[in-house]
Design a protein around this ligand. Structure first.
Ligand SMILES: [Zn+2]
Length: 295
């Protein structure tokens, strides 16, 4: 597979500039006139996992066997992909820090205990980074009961801290207690008839509570909002900015293009990793160069 990298830019290239053999991202000035301004777009494949089980009868759209996750990691490494997280893409966009070749972002939502039990050892074995987005109220609940079981429970905060301390887990916000769809909550979306200020107050209170809980557990503030079910509203952006977050993540399928523009870090798309396909069958079509370039 060739390098998945596409470039787009505005070129006002003089004969002299062209002869100078410009490289990507170089801003060359003759007098006060910028003659070269290139923006580099990097295709990012993000994959969404949820829970893991060794009981195949429980596997489906949101549960896969740990062995399949390990195969996915082995496949991506063999194909030359690099694991990146929300901090890496932020550093690329805002601080000019280069991204490694063929970046792929593994995301694991909800904070199930099966992630700590089965997946964390695989992450350590292959030094594979992942974005972990726990439902904070569940971490509180299981830190209290300590009834930790890979078949039904969520992680406690000590599990989250241990994963964070490994340097492999990027712990991000998945709400404190908005992981519901009912008459009072529709994920992080504004309710019908809800006043904007009321919505923002409600959203900020919940997300800040999760933010504080993650900070208390890990010592690091989240920088990304992983929207439960991908549900949000345009009025949420003010709250996201107030929290200082640089990245938002959706559940819409597709690849994203990361550029030097802040907006490229918002509503990052993800492919859901369901049970059923082998690693190559799942990944090859979503990581093909031609298709990525068209996104
Ligand atoms: Zn979720």
């Amino acid at each position: 597979m060739s390098i998945i990298r596409a470039r787009r830019g505005i070129f006002i290239v003089t004969a002299i500039a062209a002869a100078a053999g410009l490289t990507a991202g170089l801003l060359l000035r003759t007098g006060s006139t910028a003659v070269f301004n290139e923006e580099e777009q990097i295709p990012l494949v993000a994959v969404m996992y949820h829970s893991f089980s060794k009981d195949m009868s429980k596997c489906g759209d949101y549960v896969i066997p740990p062995e399949l996750f390990e195969n996915d990691i082995k496949y991506l490494i063999a194909e030359g992909f690099s694991f990146v997280d929300t901090r890496d893409i932020t550093d690329y966009c805002k601080n000019d820090t280069p991204l490694p070749p063929k970046p792929v972002m593994i995301t694991i939502d909800d904070g199930h205990y099966s992630v700590y039990e089965y997946i964390f050892p695989i992450m350590k074995k292959y030094k594979a980074k992942a974005v972990i987005a726990p439902i904070a109220v569940e971490c509180d609940r299981y830190s209290e009961s300590m009834e930790l079981n890979p078949s039904y429970s969520n992680m406690c905060w000590d599990n989250i801290k241990e994963m964070y301390d490994s340097g492999l887990a990027d712990i991000q916000n998945h709400s404190y207690d908005m992981h519901h769809i009912n008459s009072r909550v529709r994920g992080c979306a504004k309710l019908r008839g809800e006043a904007t200020e009321q919505y923002r107050t409600r959203l900020y209170a919940d997300l800040k509570k999760a933010d504080d809980a993650i900070f208390n557990a890990t010592g690091a503030r989240p920088i990304a909002m992983i929207y439960p079910f991908g549900l949000t509203s345009k009025e949420a952006r003010e709250v996201i900015d107030r929290l200082g977050y640089t990245v938002t993540v959706s559940c819409t399928e597709g690849a994203s293009m990361i550029t030097r523009e802040e907006k490229s870090l918002h509503m990052i798309k993800r492919y859901n990793r369901a049970y059923g396909k082998g690693s190559e069958t799942f990944f090859r079509p979503i990581t093909e160069t031609d298709r990525l370039s068209e996104q």
